[in-house]
Ligand binder design. Structure first.
Ligand code: CA2
Length: 152
């Protein structure tokens, strides 16, 4: 199959609350802003984006499995599932697509329990603590890998 020029954007539990609470940690941008930033960054590179956000783990797993059919890579902010979910990690490693892991906040400088990510070692790109613009960084780095332009 030719390389599909589409990315799956996955936002995990509670990220629908962005822009409504905790602006000191997550800023004031909304989930719609996140999806726009990601879509624009992809479009600049000739890729489209299919976006999913859910508070239900199984919905996220199904979207990741379906990405096998028509996506070239996955940009994911797993939310709190980052720190808890072996099944999300297994889904990502199971589909075998390149993954970019994004966190809006700097999870390295918050509570101890946020320092471990079950997703980190199945992702090829990690963007942590850059706020919402970090999604654009993740797209740029993922597309560079997909198109063979990543620095060695
Ligand atoms: O920094 C990130 O992007 C996180 O993935 C966000 C998760 C958190 O559990 C991770 O440790 C780091 C939380 C997403 C919930 O976002 C909210 C936004 C506004 C108000 C309440 C929650």
């Amino acid at each position: 199959m030719t390389h599909p020029r589409r990315l799956l954007l996955v936002n995990g539990p509670n990220l629908n609350l962005l822009g409504t609470r905790e602006p000191g940690i997550y800023g004031t941008a909304t989930l719609a802003d996140v999806e726009r930033v990601t879509t624009d960054a992809a479009a600049q590179r000739g890729f489209e984006v299919r976006a999913v956000q859910s508070n239900h783990e199984g919905v996220l797993l199904d979207a990741i499995h379906e990405a096998r059919e028509d996506c070239a890579g996955i940009v994911i902010n797993p939310g709190g599932l980052t720190h808890t979910s072996v099944v999300l990690r297994d889904a990502l490693s199971g589909v075998g697509l390149p993954v970019a892991e994004v966190h809006i906040s700097d999870v390295r400088s918050r509570e101890e329990f946020r320092r471990h990510s079950y997703v980190a070692d199945v992702a090829v790109v990690h963007v942590i603590g850059e706020g919402v613009p970090g999604y654009a960084t993740a797209v740029a780095r993922l597309v560079d890998i997909l198109t063979g332009q990543a620095e060695g």
